[in-house]
Design a protein around this ligand. Structure first.
Ligand SMILES: [Zn+2]
Ligand SMILES: [Zn+2]
Length: 572
């Protein structure tokens, strides 16, 4: 059975129940979505939790009756007439917008009718496992000047087991929500009223985590033949006019005037890297040139779409631009793919999903260039034996691209790496290199990010690990807990050792019970808890408790230090 069809059918059953309970409610639309379905209703009184329970109960009755989904074709005027009579204004409006002469409707039960293209399951009895989840406001057609409807979200699976495990994941996801865990673990906050919304403040532990990520990136990029560059945060409007951002992206840009000159707070790093490329004459022998920058960009996002670290107004990209010869395109793409996979592994993500987006209807550049670039992207994926989906016509107007999304511990996808070919910017800026025949030619430009927005990636990382980072990424790697006062000399010796070996530690010698202090360290998700008493001081050992694994017993301080150092070195 097709899950989308099942879920969409379940949305009909929900709407049928709502109409039976509140006949005055008007129907919006009710599609299936990635994890379930929704239906929009125009109803004055908001739906309460008790209402959702009532709706669910009635849905179960409709399912028990095993009512058939009956399809009927009508002419447009007939359908309009019908839904007008039912006072379904939104449906009438939808019918108006349908270009065909005939429309189809579906009926279930005695009187529930829905305008719908279908397909549907045969009868309501085929729905075995569903759950209504939440209610949210949603503007009709998503336009703020339209009426606000109430959207009920639900989900539906073929079996109760699948539904149960989905709901369990959902619970787990709530616990892992980076918007709660991040501030709770002292990593960041985004809630300074007087600073403005969507701006991230890293606290010391979060700044440390980010620095560790950035250090990995710098080291690896240099190893792989990238050159690090740093470009300004503000640049004049003229530059953004040349790049096209001023015309196509203006509503997302912060633009301001100083002494008659207009400046833009950079929303992207590409134009800066292009100016660097243009700063000297380039020969074919110089290519490929790979400029890498941890580039902080600012984009105006509407307040309504801001979301934790995932959608913010200022963020840093691990951004690189590769300028290359046509014959270098494929090896460069493959190099980036390898880099993406190596990086994902380092951060503990083992599963990805890949999408290739091809030429849209409106595009610039020659068909031949598009073909070459698309083939280069596609062949690179094939030669790496990677499975991918093709999104036909979904590329940007200036070039095709590969998106690599990573899957976290709860099997959710996170947008991360992008590899994009670009024919527009090299042309707009008149980029050139001198070829072996002495002629000036236009290089190919690749835009690519590995993690994408570092902020979003940190959000993903927090939820993937539920805040329990591997030792190499943990802001605090070990906590030393003396069982009682009196072992200061030995604790000082441990402090000296850890400081010298660059192990990040704290000492918890508060006047609290041992259990309480161990519990506090567990809540902080510190990988190692080292308990120290008379025996440990005597033998120069530590009693080690490892997160998740529990009590590892007593270890020589020297041995523990060696082990954790190795773990950190191996990025574990
Ligand atoms: Zn339908
Ligand atoms: Zn770019």
């Amino acid at each position: 059975m097709d899950l989308d069809t099942l879920r969409h059918s379940c949305s009909h059953v929900m709407a049928q129940a709502v109409k039976e309970l509140w006949p005055e409610a008007k129907l919006g639309i009710g599609p299936s979505i990635e994890d379930g379905f929704y239906y929009d209703f125009d109803k004055i009184e908001p739906f309460s939790d008790e209402d959702l329970a009532k709706i669910e109960k009635l849905m179960r009755q409709i399912i028990a009756k095993d009512e058939r989904f009956l399809r009927q074709e009508l002419s447009k005027p007939e359908a309009e007439e019908l839904f007008k009579k039912l006072h379904e204004d939104y449906k009438t409006e939808l019918i108006h917008g349908i270009p065909d002469v005939e429309v189809s409707i579906y009926k279930t039960g005695d009187k529930f009718l829905d305008l719908c293209r279908g397909p549907h399951i045969e009868s309501t009895g085929q729905i075995k496992a569903f759950k209504l989840l939440s209610v949210a406001g949603a503007y009709w057609h998503g336009i703020e000047t339209n009426p606000m409807l109430q959207r009920i979200y639900g989900t539906c699976f073929e079996t109760q087991n699948e539904l149960d495990s989905y709901l369990k994941n959902l619970e787990e996801a709530k616990k892992r929500d980076h918007r709660k865990l991040g501030p709770a673990l002292g990593l960041f906050d985004i809630y300074h009223e007087e600073a403005g919304a969507g701006l991230v403040f890293y606290h010391p532990k979060g700044a440390l985590l980010r620095t560790l990520i950035e250090n990995y990136e710098k080291e690896e990029h240099l190893k792989r033949g990238y050159e690090m560059v740093i470009t300004p945060h503000i640049m004049r409007s003229e530059l953004w006019q040349t790049s096209g951002h001023y015309d196509y992206y203006k509503e997302n840009m912060y633009i301001f005037k100083i002494e008659d000159k207009e400046f833009v707070l950079k929303p992207m790093n590409c134009p800066g890297h292009i100016l660097l490329y243009k700063s000297q004459t380039r020969s074919y022998k110089d290519l490929p040139i790979r400029f890498f920058e941890l580039g902080t960009v600012y984009r105006h996002e509407k307040a309504g779409v801001l979301h934790g670290l995932l959608r913010v107004r200022g963020f840093t990209q691990d951004d690189a631009h590769i300028f290359c010869l046509p014959e270098q395109l494929k090896p460069e793409i493959k190099g980036v793919i390898d880099f993406v996979f190596d990086t994902m592994k380092v951060f503990g993500f083992n599963e990805v999903s890949i999408e290739l987006s091809t030429r849209p209807e409106k595009y610039i550049g020659s068909e031949e260039d598009w073909e070459k670039a698309t083939v280069a992207l596609e062949e690179s994926l094939k030669e790496k034996s990677l499975a991918y989906e093709v999104n036909i016509g979904d590329g940007a107007f200036y070039g095709p691209k590969i998106d690599i999304k990573l899957k976290d511990a709860l099997n959710r996808k996170w947008q991360c790496a992008t590899i994009q070919c670009d024919f527009a910017l090299p042309k707009r800026f008149g980029l050139a290199y001198v070829d072996s025949d002495g002629k000036e030619k236009q290089p190919i430009m690749l835009h690519r990010v590995l993690l994408g927005s570092i902020e979003r990636f940190i959000g993903a990382l927090i939820e993937h690990y539920a805040g329990a980072f591997p030792a190499w990424l943990s802001p605090v790697q070990a906590v030393v807990i003396p069982v009682k006062p009196g072992f200061e000399d030995y604790v000082n010796a441990i402090k000296g050792k850890f400081t010298e070996q660059a192990i990040r530690f704290t000492v918890d010698d508060r006047n609290e019970t041992l259990d309480k202090r161990i519990r506090a360290a567990e809540i902080e998700k510190i990988p190692y808890i080292l308990v120290v008493g008379a025996r440990e001081a005597q033998n120069e050992t530590v009693s080690v408790r490892k997160r998740k694994e529990g009590d590892l017993g007593s270890k020589k301080l020297e041995e523990f230090t060696g082990q954790i150092k190795l773990q950190i070195k191996n990025r574990q």
